[in-house]
Design a protein around this ligand. Structure first.
Ligand SMILES: C[S@@+](CC[C@H](N)C(=O)[O-])C[C@H]1O[C@@H](n2cnc3c(N)ncnc32)[C@H](O)[C@@H]1O
Length: 349
């Protein structure tokens, strides 16, 4: 499997994460305030029509297919995405993917919505024989890259111009706020994967988990999550990961598996590995609530930037409250395109 490190992975302890009762917080401790409350894709070159970024309430957004995606693309957001990549590496004990790439070393890999390109670059280093392509709406990837890696500015929701049966692995991570038509998207992934090729879809839950009733229903964090989900619903973006398996099956994939890994928000778990993940996740919240919420709350719900920011700040403060023990579940879906009906279903169907 794609593995960048030597971390040994134990049997995963999921949910009912034990709280470290003796710990204290260094980041954002909030002890006093316990409940504070169908056209064709055209891969484009870098012209001002792509880099002439719009700014809104102090944040920078993508120009190509302007308005389509609600999160910023500025340095602050790029740092957050890179930090999140680090969290994913921790969640997977150093692996880049759960796909069985040791058995099936990839020759052509596509990373859809690649963000800063950090995953694609790690893959290019790990598989120097493979060709890695990353596509995104924003040209926020480095210019100097390994020779087997390239980035394209493109809209993944348009018809892909790659040949059918082309990639042997397609990776799609954290695109639930991006893709509107998942049926079409899964169909494209299926079409452009080689027979036998794998897809990995990774998405966050749309709600936070909590096992010890420490997450009050009326706290700002809870209100943020409800408000965010409402805006996603209005935009038709709230279907993933709820329907991921259905979408994969509908597209024709087989061998579909789902694995859930919980990301504690804050260093509250007793387990040292989860504590470290929780620490990074808490640092990530310093900009994540605003990244996910500011444009959605103002554009879709008509909130003022001031009240949207207030809600984001309240949510962040709750995450720094050591009495609130929440986690975000990450869903990892793996699936395979069948080789041939006779190979995959010997003896007939
Ligand atoms: C939350 S980020 C995730 C980035 C990356 N997958 C990662 O895991 O670090 C979502 C990315 O998808 C890109 N994106 C959103 N809609 C897209 C679309 N229709 N086509 C291509 N990229 C898109 C955004 O520009 C952003 O970089």
């Amino acid at each position: 499997m794609g593995n960048t490190g030597n971390e040994k992975e134990p049997v995963i302890p999921v949910s009912n994460i034990e709280v470290d009762s003796g710990m204290y917080y260094q980041v954002g401790d909030d002890d006093e305030d316990q409940s504070s409350g169908n056209s064709q894709s055209e891969c484009v070159s870098l012209t001002s029509s792509i880099t002439d970024y719009p700014f809104e309430h102090g944040r920078r957004y993508h120009k190509y297919a302007e308005g389509q995606y609600f999160l910023p693309n500025d340095e602050t957001e790029q740092d957050r995405l890179d930090m999140h990549h680090h969290i994913f590496l921790k969640l997977l004990y150093g692996k880049l993917t759960l796909a069985p790439l040791d058995q099936y070393p990839p020759r052509r890999v596509l990373d859809v919505g690649c963000g800063t390109g950090i995953w694609a670059l790690d893959m290019a280093e790990l598989y120097p024989e493979a060709e890695i392509v990353g596509i995104d709406l924003s040209p926020i990837q480095p210019n100097l890259v390994l020779p087997n890696c390239r980035f394209e500015i493109d809209d993944a929701e348009l018809e892909w111009t790659y040949p059918p049966n082309h990639f042997d692995f397609i990776h799609s991570r954290m695109l639930s706020s991006s893709i509107r038509d998942w049926v079409h998207y899964m169909g494209q992934i299926y079409k452009h994967l080689t027979p036998g090729g794998h897809v990995e879809i990774i998405e966050h839950a749309l709600e936070l988990g909590c096992d010890d009733n420490s997450y009050p229903a009326d706290c700002p964090l809870s209100i943020y999550m409800i408000t965010w989900k409402k805006a996603l619903d209005i935009m038709g973006l709230a279907n993933m990961p709820v329907k991921a398996k259905e979408y994969l099956e509908g597209a024709g994939f087989i061998d579909i598996t789902e694995e859930i890994r919980h990301m504690p928000v804050g260093p509250w778990p007793k387990d040292p590995h989860l504590k470290e993940i929780g620490h990074w996740a808490l640092v990530n919240t310093e900009t994540s609530f605003e990244a996910y919420g500011l444009a959605l709350f103002t554009r879709v719900l008509g909130m003022s930037a001031e009240s949207a920011r207030e809600l984001c700040l309240g949510a962040q403060r709750d995450c720094g409250n050591r009495h609130i023990h929440v986690y975000l579940s990450n869903f990892f879906y793996l699936a395979r395109k069948p080789y041939d009906i006779n190979v995959d279903h010997p003896g007939g169907m």
